[in-house]
Design a protein around this ligand. Structure first.
Ligand code: PMP
Length: 360
């Protein structure tokens, strides 16, 4: 076995037991005589997988009864467009908090359909923090308020749930879904691409309050209408059947970790170990404000970028891979989603200390 510790931002590491179970079931699933990939999405065997997976998401996330759970395609990027197409109404307006590249992309899409009020932005400080509640300039007449709960590139994460009054809160939770408890009732809509904490790429989870379904603008294409997907229980067209199946296995694994509360404890510990190591050193620096730091994506820089190539070569050789930071931030980034074992973080911390001793 020569599996590495994979610190990729996404697609990201999956739990080993999930991969092993998928491998065991790859050619023949149960008594079906075929792979899950080969099944009709409307057949009995797949329907059972789908129903179980959807219920697992409801249970783990704590989705109240007045919400729809949808499995869609097009990634979180499709949601940047679907949210305004469905919720903005003709000539409508919405609040967006700009905390990085993904927020900015969501804003650009919404501007095609209506008016965007940037309620707060951390752009002037290089997106190194999350604006606080008192900084939000909210419009009481907005159709919704959009936030990015975890900023994958800049390594920041909301330490609080914004209070938007009666205005529905919409969240892109792609990079921290199911990593910490989330009070779903505080949100009108939550979406997340699967390829960080939920499973493989190709499926996007959408959790939407039922009263927000059925508001699509007149000319919205059928495939982009939440109502169509809700009415068809995500089977209006062929869903990404295999990705949903793996997502179900990830949910089973998460339950074995004590659910979201259990994994949160591990995530807190993993993040603390890494930030403590960086903060204790004069060699490494972290660009983000401590109160806004992400538990999922940890950016850090070496004392000089001249050492970046050596660092990346040596970490790779040591089985610690995909640590190169995003080109907009530079330096390094360790993505430590749910599936990153604590042993992976321990190994990285040990490497960081040893590298500093040699190069510092
Ligand atoms: N939002 C966030 C927070 C992300 O991290 C990403 C992908 N890294 C996206 C949106 C875009 O997701 P996708 O590529 O699945 O469309």
């Amino acid at each position: 076995m020569s599996r590495v510790f994979n610190f990729s931002a996404g697609p990201a590491a999956l739990p080993l037991p999930v991969l092993e179970r998928a491998a065991a079931e790859m050619v023949e699933y149960g008594t079906a005589g075929m792979s899950v990939m080969e099944m009709s999405h409307r057949g009995k065997a797949y329907q059972e997988i789908f129903v179980r997976t959807k219920q697992a998401v409801i249970d783990l996330l704590g989705v109240p009864g007045d919400y729809e759970v949808l499995f869609l395609q097009g990634g979180a990027t499709a949601q940047f467009a679907m949210v305004p197409m469905n919720l903005l109404g003709e000539g409508g307006k919405a609040d967006y908090v700009n905390t990085g590249v993904w927020s900015r992309k969501a804003i650009a899409e919404a501007r095609k359909f209506g008016t965007v009020n940037v309620a707060a932005s951390s752009e002037s400080t290089g997106f190194n923090r999350i604006p606080g509640q008192t900084e939000l300039e909210l419009d009481a007449d907005a159709a919704y308020c959009h936030i990015t709960t975890n900023n994958t590139i800049f390594g920041t994460e909301y330490p609080y749930t914004p209070d938007t009054g009666d205005v529905p809160l919409v969240a892109d939770a792609s990079s921290n879904i199911l990593s910490r408890p989330m009070d779903v009732a505080r949100y009108g809509l939550i979406y997340a691409g699967a390829q960080k904490n939920l499973g493989p790429s190709g499926v996007t989870l959408v959790v939407i309050r039922k009263d927000l379904v059925g508001r699509a603008r007149g000319a919205v294409p059928t495939i982009f209408d939440y109502q169509i997907h809700a009415d068809a229980d995500s089977m209006y067209n062929t869903p990404p059947t295999y990705a949903i199946y793996i997502l179900g296995l990830v949910c089973d694994w998460l339950r074995e970790q004590g659910g979201v509360a259990g994994i949160e404890e591990v995530n807190i510990r993993k993040a603390r170990k890494l930030y403590d190591c960086v903060d204790a050193s004069d060699f490494y620096t972290c660009p983000t404000e401590p109160a806004s730091r992400s538990r999922m994506n940890v950016p850090f820089a070496l004392a000089t970028p001249d050492l970046d190539a050596t660092f990346l070569a040596e970490t790779s050789a040591a089985g610690l891979v995909a640590l190169k930071g995003h080109r907009l931030v530079g330096g390094m980034r360790a993505s430590i989603y749910n599936a990153m074992p604590e042993a992976g973080v321990d190994a990285l911390v040990a490497f960081l200390q040893e590298f500093e001793r040699r190069q510092g």
